[in-house]
Design a protein around this ligand. Structure first.
Ligand SMILES: Nc1ncnc2c1ncn2[C@@H]1O[C@H](COP(=O)(O)OP(=O)(O)OP(=O)(O)O)[C@@H](O)[C@H]1O
Ligand SMILES: [Mg+2]
Length: 342
């Protein structure tokens, strides 16, 4: 039966993230994982036309000529540019359709905890506009917890910390409900900004956000490693305003990241303080599970373990956890009824 089911299956899960948008189709897995970036051309009348979406658009950040703009419509954990978000959603859904047409799919979309009802309705409508038969919304940390295979329906506390691009969402979940949640406007973007600031201050070198992210991915870390790594960075000198190169090492990058990391640690500790003693006891046993791209920062689990005295685990696929969890929720009538809204 399974191939037959897969053949006719029309279920799509979408993680509309501030940094990355992922699409999961039942029976096919994750079919798309692309930056949430849209390049638009602005004509003389101020009208915007979409030129590129995803990877191609991200390449253009910081490199666009007059009249073209690379937009991150979901910046900061909320929908900053609604129209473009809808365009982006439509593009990704249509592309998933075109690789194999889907007949009136059921769609589940993960949304940040804090978005308004107006935004929710608009996200829903945009999915409906692409031909969805039924649209469900699920909150990101809930989807992340399901995707990380936490036993969320049990009467026991589970803590998930999802460190994304724009926000870090911390949630304690028990009996398929969010008992406590907190959203912090600190994530990978703030880390990139901290690196930009460090290079400006220490070397008088200006770099763009893509270069800052590349430094973070290559030598960024939250806990001292046995070998200090270094890397050459090209940018624009601030005094002479000409291209120049400096060498940075992993120790100074860790130092540069200490502000955003301290804020994340503080929020996790605060969430633990606000959790009832029973649930806290569960978390002491089971630990904290990290998800989101930020969970991949070298040593972040070590830092949190050190600062909370709790076991800290990284989800198996931290970036995919949210969309995988949403797909699992769509596939399970009990979960769908309890964790999603129609
Ligand atoms: N190996 C890595 N080390 C450090 N940071 C990483 C790594 N891989 C990805 N990231 C960062 O993770 C962030 C993106 O994470 P993710 O895709 O979970 O965000 P998102 O879900 O789009 O954002 P949000 O949940 O805030 O809406 C980016 O800032 C990216 O630079
Ligand atoms: Mg996310």
């Amino acid at each position: 039966m399974s191939w037959l089911q897969a053949l006719f299956s029309n279920d799509i899960a979408i993680d509309l993230g501030t940094a990355t948008t992922l699409i999961h189709i039942k029976g096919r897995g994750i079919v798309s994982c692309e930056p949430s970036v849209v390049a638009v051309q602005i004509d003389g009348r101020g009208e915007r036309r979409v030129l590129a979406v995803g990877k191609d658009a991200k390449e253009m950040i910081g490199r666009t000529p007059m009249g073209i703009e690379a937009v991150r419509p979901m910046r900061g954990g909320t929908i900053a540019d609604f129209e473009i978000t809808v365009e982006m959603l439509r593009y990704f859904i249509q592309r998933a359709h075109s690789s194999r047409p889907l007949v009136r799919p059921r769609v589940i979309i993960c949304v940040p905890c804090g978005i308004t009802d107006v935004e929710k309705r608009a996200v829903r409508e945009s999915a409906e506009a692409t031909g969805a038969r039924e649209v469900y919304l699920i909150e990101e940390p809930m989807a992340a917890a399901i995707g990380a295979r936490l036993p969320i329906t049990e009467a026991a506390g589970n803590m998930i910390v999802d460190i994304g691009g724009g926000t870090t969402e911390i949630a304690v979940i028990s009996l398929a409900g969010i008992v406590h949640s907190q959203s912090l406007k600190v994530g990978g973007d703030r880390m990139d900004e901290a690196i930009i600031e460090h290079l400006r201050r220490k070397y008088q070198l200006q770099i763009g956000e893509r270069t800052a992210e590349a430094i973070k991915l290559r030598i960024g870390n939250a806990w001292p490693q046995s070998v200090t790594q270094s890397m050459e960075v090209k940018g624009r000198g601030m005094t002479a305003a000409v291209p120049s190169t400096v060498t940075v090492n992993s120790d100074e990058i860790r130092e540069a990241l200490s502000d955003p990391l301290t804020e994340i640690v503080r929020a996790v500790r605060q969430a633990l303080e606000r959790t009832s003693p029973e649930l806290s006891a569960d978390i002491v046993d089971k630990g904290v599970v990290l998800a989101g791209g930020g969970a991949l920062l070298t040593g972040i689990d070590h830092l949190l373990r050190d600062q909370t005295n709790l076991p800290v685990l990284i989800a198996e696929d931290p970036v995919g956890a949210v969309v995988i969890g949403a797909g699992m929720a769509l596939d399970d009538p009990y979960l769908l009824r309890h964790v999603a809204t129609k």
